[in-house]
Design a binder for this molecule. Structure first.
Ligand code: NDP
Ligand code: GDR
Length: 360
């Protein structure tokens, strides 16, 4: 019996993020011991995984967290040495595309060199044969449209400091696989969302605003480019795909996507429809507004500060390889994703109102 079949110990970087939380829960459910890396922060940042936490004093627990940072090699090496994971999921990243234009150097450090640090830690500790490595690659690598739908063989053309950093991470993962025989794979994941998506990504920003407008906590949603098109799936489905990527017979790179694309504008319309409001669009460019037909009030305005210096106009993925080789498929229809997100944000907004927060 080899080392991998005896122990199932996962290390997740970025465990406090959207995907980290879904993946940790999924792996604990499969019987893994899951270790997560969290950053030190001046306020609590573990809300997404608090339900998995049990006091380690109680005995053997399936979920543990350690302080760490992708910019700190010594910390990563020490944690890897202590934990000796059989699977590493490298999800930690400065993951916001717009923010990467503001903090390009930090983004490169955490997202690109951070990946190198983990791969080097595997080598330094001689764990090449016992540890499988998953890299959170992204559809942002495709950037400027070269081909649709985008698949594993489509050329990359990154359009942001984030995407350029992730390009390095993609190729260093491929290189370490080829150079050192590591089981190191890229999941090239298209956008995936959920009720615990970060509040500044466009989907969650929209569903949260819809709920807050509906409950009188806010009046207007400010957005940038309404024409951008994305292939949006549910994070719950995608973390299962990450696990499948590491259970394959051999390391490889896989696109995970729904195969459908929708514009930001369509997302807005569907989210407002969930609360029985129809948005009518008036005006053009930065003067465009979205009017709620029922009340006649402006609920959407354009704020040019949300436009990006270079945009990714159209993403639509072809997940055929993952379906054929891994048996993975995105299960949640787009309308169900939007419904679930709006319902969750409505619940939160109503709670806030009930708790007596000031409404407008
Ligand atoms: P989130 O932004 O929700 O989570 C990112 C995680 O990384 C958080 O736990 C964050 O910690 C942590 N992190 C950030 N910087 C550091 C650092 N320097 N050291 C240690 N931890 C750090 O992202 P998602 O969960 O949505 O995405 C997971 C990964 O998948 C990311 O790498 C992202 O780039 C990639 N990806 C995401 C897609 C998506 O649609 N969601 C699609 C394709 C790829 P904290 O909680 O403290 O901020
Ligand atoms: P993205 O996600 O850049 O695709 O990266 P995001 O939700 O930030 O943007 C999607 C599209 O919406 C447009 N947009 C706005 N975006 C934000 N955030 N805020 C706005 O107000 C707004 N208005 C319009 C954007 O211009 C863009 O075209 C996400 C991240 O999770 C990455 O980490 C991941 O790699 C990719 O998805 C796949």
């Amino acid at each position: 019996m080899n080392e991998r079949s005896k122990r199932r110990v996962a290390l997740i970087t970025g465990v406090t993020g959207q995907d980290g939380a879904y993946l940790a829960e999924y792996l604990v459910g499969l019987g893994y011991i899951v270790h997560g890396i969290k950053r030190r922060s001046s306020s609590f940042n573990t809300a997404r995984v608090d339900h998995l936490y049990q006091d380690p004093h109680a005995g053997d627990v399936p979920f543990l967290m350690h302080y760490g940072d992708m910019t700190d090699s010594t910390n990563l090496i020490r944690l890897m040495q202590q934990i000796r994971p059989t699977e590493i999921y490298n999800l930690a990243a400065q993951s916001h595309v717009a923010v990467s234009f503001e903090s390009p150097e930090y983004t490169a450090n955490a997202d690109a060199i951070g990946t190198l640090r983990l791969l080097e830690a595997i080598r330094i500790l001689g764990m090449e044969k016992e540890t499988r490595f998953y890299q959170a690659s992204t559809s942002e690598l495709y950037g400027l449209v070269q081909e649709v739908p985008q698949k594993e063989t489509t050329p990359f053309y990154p359009r942001s400091p984030y995407a350029v950093a992730k390009l390095y991470a993609y190729w260093i993962t491929v290189n370490y696989r080829e150079a050192y025989g590591m089981f190191a794979s890229n999941g090239i994941l298209f956008n995936h969302e959920s009720p615990i998506r970060g509040e500044t990504f466009v989907t969650r920003k929209i569903t949260r605003a819809v709920a807050r407008i509906e409950t009188g906590l806010e009046e207007t949603l400010y957005l940038g480019n309404l024409e951008a098109k994305r292939d949006w799936g549910h994070a719950r489905d995608y973390v299962e795909g990450m696990h499948m990527v590491l259970q394959a017979d051999r390391p490889d790179d896989f696109v995970l996507a729904t195969g459908e694309t929708r514009s930001v504008r369509e997302f807005v319309e569907l989210a407002f429809a969930e609360v029985g409001r129809k948005v009518e669009w008036r005006g053009k460019g930065v003067e465009e507004t979205g009017i709620d037909k029922k009340s006649g009030r402006i609920v959407v305005r354009i704020d040019p500060t949300y436009f990006r210096p270079t945009e990714v106009d159209l993403l639509i993925g072809d997940p055929s390889k993952a379906r054929e080789k891994l048996g993975w498929k995105s299960r949640t229809p787009f309308a169900q994703l939007v419904k679930e997100m709006v319902a969750s944000d409505l619940f939160e907004a109503r709670r806030e109102v009930a708790n007596g927060k000031q409404s407008i």
